[in-house]
Design a protein around this ligand. Structure first.
Ligand SMILES: *Cc1c(COP(=O)(O)O)cnc(C)c1O
Length: 349
């Protein structure tokens, strides 16, 4: 079979959730962020496994993602929509019982007008300047909003992956100043915020990337393996070149394996002549350019060429690959393509 395989260890995902739940402390509930198809790992399979593990709150980016997730989870768990209540979302929010995280006075008005009495949360911007009400906007609408009983007050940290960044304490202080004493449950921490310590945990934490075994949760279990099948093997004479643009030249007689995955599958083209694949523990350099459906790998030093080589696996995690590509684990995972065969291990899902 020429299909590259992404193997997702659901037991690792649930173990990572349990570890982050324990790190969040006994007084704090721990949600799961499953936006972008659970960071590319299949939101339906991942969320079902997490539900079995005890997760009762889920965050998605859009109402469409929330609607799909409700059909998977059935009634019961809270599904919160980070983009809030956009025009056209009312039917999904009502029929599929989603909780929008309202980001502006405009969204608040839209929600209360369209669906009076329907649950909502509010996001307050404490310095990231991306989503949420500005402090002045919040001050204006807080009295009115609180009369309608928000279920959660949310903010998001800009620099939580760096514990030394003074931005963290600044955002924490502002969040407290804007919400202390209100008596509505609060949520500030994603994966990075959980690791900053108890002051950041409040009532609910919202880990995403940490569930999937990538930085900044260094103690997490790896959850994915990406194996690329060997489609063809060829011998090169010194001086022969490989791939588009002839960017790699054999210096000695070389054996090149052509593997069946490329940038259409989410392998960044910036990894041309830069990535390392693994035959078990043996490193094999990617040579030449990454093309749409194929990569080429120097396997001259292997005694035997296996049926598949790992791009992500025990010898190279998501973060190491991301570093080679000049990006972050989040982008590698969410970029993994639809053509990959996704195989889920673990009985929970
Ligand atoms: C994506 C996101 C999260 C999860 O962040 P991780 O760094 O993946 O843990 C939490 N909260 C908000 C508002 C987000 O956008």
């Amino acid at each position: 079979m020429a299909t590259p395989t992404l193997t997702i260890d659901l037991d690792a995902v649930t173990a990572n959730w349990r570890a982050l739940d324990a790190a969040s402390g006994p007084a704090t509930a721990t949600a799961a962020v499953v936006k972008a198809d659970a960071y590319g790992l299949d939101a339906a399979r991942v969320s079902r496994a997490l539900a079995v593990a005890g997760v009762r709150q889920y965050f998605v980016a859009t109402a469409e993602e929330g609607a799909a997730l409700r059909r998977v989870l059935g009634p019961g768990p809270d599904i919160m929509v980070l983009s809030g209540h956009m025009a056209g979302d009312a039917w999904a929010i009502r029929d599929l019982v989603l909780t929008p995280v309202l980001n502006s006075a405009e969204q608040l008005a839209r929600h209360l007008e369209a669906l009076p009495g329907a649950a909502f949360a509010i996001q307050i911007d404490t310095g990231m300047n991306r989503l949420g009400m500005e402090p002045a906007e919040w001050a204006e609408v807080a009295g009115f909003a609180l009369e309608h009983g928000p279920v959660l007050l949310v903010s998001h940290l800009a620099c939580a992956d760096d514990p030394a960044d003074p931005m963290n304490e600044g955002q924490l202080a502002l969040f407290r100043a804007l919400t202390d004493g209100i008596g509505v449950p609060r949520s500030l921490a994603a994966t990075g915020g959980i690791l900053l310590g108890p002051a950041y945990h409040f009532d609910l934490t919202r880990p995403g990337i940490g569930l999937y075994g990538a930085a900044p949760f260094g103690a997490g279990l790896p959850a994915v393996r990406l194996s690329l099948p060997v489609v063809q093997i060829r011998e090169l004479e010194p001086g022969e070149t490989v791939g588009y643009g002839c960017t790699w030249t054999a210096a000695i007689p070389a054996r090149i394996a052509t593997l069946g995955a490329g940038y259409a599958d989410g392998i960044p083209r910036t990894l041309s002549n830069r990535a390392t694949l693994y035959a078990g523990a043996i490193a094999c350099p990617l040579v030449g350019r990454v093309s749409m459906d194929l990569v080429t790998v120097d396997v001259t030093h292997l005694d035997a060429v296996p049926e598949a080589l790992d791009l992500i696996g025990p010898s190279q995690g998501v973060d190491a690959l991301a570093e080679a590509a000049g990006t972050i684990g989040y982008e590698i995972l969410t970029g993994l393509g639809a053509r990959l065969s996704r195989v889920h291990l673990g009985d929970a899902g």
